[in-house]
Design a protein around this ligand. Structure first.
Ligand code: HEM
Length: 227
């Protein structure tokens, strides 16, 4: 009989855990992007959105703890799979055959994933656990613009923006293999569909990573850095 522990102990079960947690993270990434793009509508729209989200507390705390759990499970269960695959590839017959078929995005998955984990921790310290009405929210005219001001001040700094854009490129690479892999884990694994699934994953990854990157690029081009 199947149980939760069977999922963790079988390789197929672990793949499904990675795929389901991956899907939840993809849904978060899409929702978060939609909210962040409100920055193009100005401080009022963006801060109102942040206020509405904050108004969902204390329920939102539950979602955040769930999201954190999903992140951690995705990271560690994937780690186990990567290690298993590494061992399998290093058997006498597996070495070269497997290596030749793996794309760059696939080979870089552990690195882009780890970079994203580091990014998320940095990002939370950057935008979540800060004083949203303190000195970092003040723009060139001397007024506080709340969370909008915090984001603008962060991205007006070219070094800060470059780090974010690099992380968004890592996100794109990670998604370009992750989405394809998730779709295949759930059964669409017929050779006839493979090229279609690959194209979809690549386009999806490009759109997400360019849309996120458009925010620091826009701010960098439109707001001078306040010394
Ligand atoms: C240009 C890109 C991004 C911008 C401008 C941005 C902006 C923000 C802001 C302003 C917050 C704080 C919200 C608040 O406390 O009210 C936040 C929280 C967060 N962001 Fe981002 N973000 C970006 C990219 C990302 C990416 C790519 C990820 C994930 C891979 C991510 C994950 C998170 C998480 C997990 C939180 C905490 C959510 C919560 O507290 O409810 N962000 N982001």
């Amino acid at each position: 009989m199947g149980s939760l522990s069977t999922y963790f102990t079988s390789s197929v079960g672990r793949k499904q855990i990675v795929a389901v947690t991956g899907l939840l993270l993809i849904l978060f990434v899409i929702g978060h992007l939609a909210g962040n793009l409100l920055i193009f509508l100005g401080p009022e729209a963006f801060n109102n959105y942040a206020k509405k989200l904050a108004g969902l507390r204390p329920g939102l705390y539950l979602v955040e703890v769930g999201l954190c759990f999903v992140f951690v499970v995705h990271f560690f269960v994937t780690g186990v799979l990567v290690y298993e695959n590494y061992l399998a590839r290093n058997t006498q017959y597996g070495v070269n055959a497997a290596k030749g078929q793996r794309s760059w995005a696939t080979r870089l998955m552990p690195y882009t994933g780890t970079l994203l984990l580091v990014f998320v921790v940095y990002h939370l310290l950057d935008f979540t656990f800060i004083d949203k009405h303190g000195h970092r929210s003040i723009l060139a005219d001397g007024n506080s613009y709340g969370l909008y001001g915090v984001v603008v001040n962060a991205f007006a700094d070219p070094g800060h923006s470059t780090f974010y854009i690099a992380a968004m490129m890592a996100l794109g690479l990670h998604l370009s293999h992750g989405v394809e892999s998730f779709i295949q884990t759930f059964g669409f694994n017929h050779p006839r569909y493979t090229p279609m699934i690959k194209t979809f994953s690549h386009i999806f990854a490009l759109v997400i990573s360019f849309a996120y990157s458009s925010i620091p690029v826009y701010i960098l081009l439109n707001y001078p850095k306040v010394p």
